[in-house]
Design a protein around this ligand. Structure first.
Ligand SMILES: C[C@@H](NC(=O)c1ccc(Cl)c(S(N)(=O)=O)c1)c1ccccc1O
Ligand SMILES: [Zn+2]
Length: 259
């Protein structure tokens, strides 16, 4: 049976089909700020998203994903721990159930309500996203925590269309969205070498996790929870929530902190 986030197919059994789940650089992790080493050689993160071209928004049965045209270096992340620019491919979210937590990374044991992942790939060294996703320096993911409070002034652009991708396998046009509007004011970050947090769990990700969360309302988060893991034709109606992997062993890795 296909992997998921349920009792029978969830994170605790992914290792059966994906043995790398028990590898030495798995994600997410619990980030302990006091144990992160401050590295003054770590420059700032630079995001060039202004020419970015979102294409569509889809329900892939695991999360809601906004895909981008990555046929050129239109929208890239660079700087920080990265040796070259990485191209934006997609972004998606992980979230919890009613009121409970749903981030993947935790900070000194504390989890947030949700976590946004902006997935980029090393198009300088690799020809395709798939090839990069299997290479140790192939991907760079910008992780942004979502905390609850007031409405986020731009997140409604996404939550307003979620009803159109309620069921697994649904997709709808979603053009002209610039994810720069989802960034917090500070780009201070923690960085470490890790993996995809979903199968196939390749150990190919340079993680860049922003310290400052963005604030979204419980109402906006609730709209994510009306999505379904299941397809329209399936008789089982499984509400899409708690689609997060818990923190994995650090296995001696160093977490570095920008200033
Ligand atoms: C759920 C979705 N996963 C990704 O697309 C994904 C890709 C790269 C990264 Cl780096 C991450 S993550 N969470 O580490 O940022 C997630 C998925 C996985 C497998 C098959 C279909 C499918 O849709
Ligand atoms: Zn993710």
């Amino acid at each position: 049976n296909h992997w998921g986030y349920g009792k029978e197919n969830g994170p605790s059994v992914w290792h059966k089909n994906y043995p790398v789940a028990q590898g030495n650089r798995q994600s997410p992790i619990d980030i302990i700020p006091q144990q992160a080493s401050h590295d003054s050689s770590l420059g700032p993160i630079v995001l060039n998203y202004d020419q970015c071209t979102s294409i569509n928004i889809a329900n892939n049965g695991h999360s809601v994903v906004v895909e981008f045209d990555d046929s050129d270096d239109r929208s890239v992340i660079q700087g920080g721990p990265l040796d070259n620019p990485y191209r934006l491919k997609q972004f998606h979210f992980h979230w919890g159930g009613k009121g409970c937590h749903g981030s993947e990374h935790t900070v000194a044991g504390i989890s947030y309500a949700s976590e946004l992942h902006l997935v980029h790939w090393n198009a300088v060294k690799y020809k395709t996203f798939g090839e990069a996703a299997a290479a140790p320096d192939g991907l760079a993911v910008l992780g942004i925590f979502l905390d609850t409070g007031d409405d986020h002034r731009w997140l409604h652009m996404i939550t307003d269309v979620l009803y159109m991708v309620k069921f697994k396998g649904s997709v709808t046009d979603f053009k002209g969205f610039n994810p720069k509007c989802l960034l917090p004011s500070s780009l201070h970050y923690w960085t470490y070498l890790g993996s995809l947090t979903t199968p196939p769990l390749h150990e190919s990700v340079t993680w860049i996790v922003l310290k400052e969360p963005i604030i979204v309302s419980e109402k906006q988060l609730g709209k994510f929870r009306m999505l379904q893991f299941t397809g329209e034709e399936e008789d089982q109606r499984l509400r899409m929530e708690n689609n997060f992997r818990p923190p994995q062993p650090l296995k001696g890795r160093k977490v570095r902190s920008s200033n």
